[in-house]
Design a protein around this ligand. Structure first.
Ligand SMILES: CC(C)(COP(=O)(O)OP(=O)(O)OC[C@H]1O[C@@H](n2cnc3c(N)ncnc32)[C@H](O)[C@@H]1OP(=O)(O)O)[C@@H](O)C(=O)NCCC(=O)NCCS
Length: 199
């Protein structure tokens, strides 16, 4: 195969029926992400209480830099997702390392633009992210957690077939922890979910 084509296929980011992922990139995504994570309707769920709520442009810039580096190192991160039909960014969804009461885990997480809530985007992109984590990155298990009051986020975990484990404190705030293992995912997942290109 032609070298350039091989390179493009290897670096392909995940896609779903309606969405395409992009590697976080300060030049392409800073404006959208600054507005999104500066919005209290969104930030209150990501950085509750002592974590400080809405992020500043500089904090968002640093997050994007870290996520770009994580993607280059691990092959996954919290990708930026663009709706294929409209070309609009709709959210940031994907995989990142986290610490749950001292356990090093990989978390699947999501954040969708408020005007796009309820359209199934978080579930659609998270499903492809889980597939990427298990099939491409070789992860054995993936967790997710959300404040116990975050009903829509917990609903996404249920729809993904993740299993409730326990409530734990994060920054003093009760969070529900869910987990899915590779074998369980293989048994429970529906028919082909994304268009991850396998070399
Ligand atoms: C959580 C979030 C990502 C969900 O995104 P989304 O694209 O709307 O999610 P989906 O459409 O795939 O699924 C949402 C589900 O929650 C349900 N839901 C929404 N509000 C709900 C509520 N108050 N109670 C119960 N279920 C609710 C929806 O009906 C849907 O379930 P259904 O398909 O069975 O009807 C989005 O609300 C968001 O970005 N919130 C702010 C940031 C955040 O909370 N991130 C997660 C931090 S852990």
């Amino acid at each position: 195969m032609h070298a350039a084509l091989t390179l493009r296929r290897r670096s392909a980011e995940p896609r779903s029926a309606r969405l395409a992922a992009e590697r976080p990139d300060v030049r392409r995504h800073l404006d959208w992400a600054t507005a999104h994570f500066g919005d209290p309707r969104v930030a209150v769920w990501h950085w509750p209480g002592p974590l400080g709520g809405a992020r500043t442009r500089e904090q968002v810039r640093e997050r994007l830099r870290i996520q770009a580096a994580q993607c280059a190192r691990d092959g996954y991160t919290l990708w930026m997702w663009r709706e294929i039909g409209s070309g609009e960014l709709i959210g940031q969804i994907g995989l990142q390392p986290a610490d749950v009461e001292g356990e090093r885990v990989i978390e699947v997480g999501w954040s969708v633009a408020p005007e796009r809530w309820g359209q199934g985007f978080a579930t659609e992109a998270a499903r492809v992210s889980l597939e990427w984590g298990f099939e491409r990155a070789g992860l054995r298990e993936i967790v997710s957690f959300a404040m116990v009051e975050n009903a829509s986020s917990l609903r996404v975990m249920e729809k993904l077939g993740m299993a409730y484990e326990r409530v734990f404190p994060r920054a003093g705030v009760p969070h529900a922890l869910y987990r899915v293992r590779h074998g369980e995912w293989q048994r429970s997942r529906p028919a082909p979910v994304g268009s991850i290109e396998h070399e």
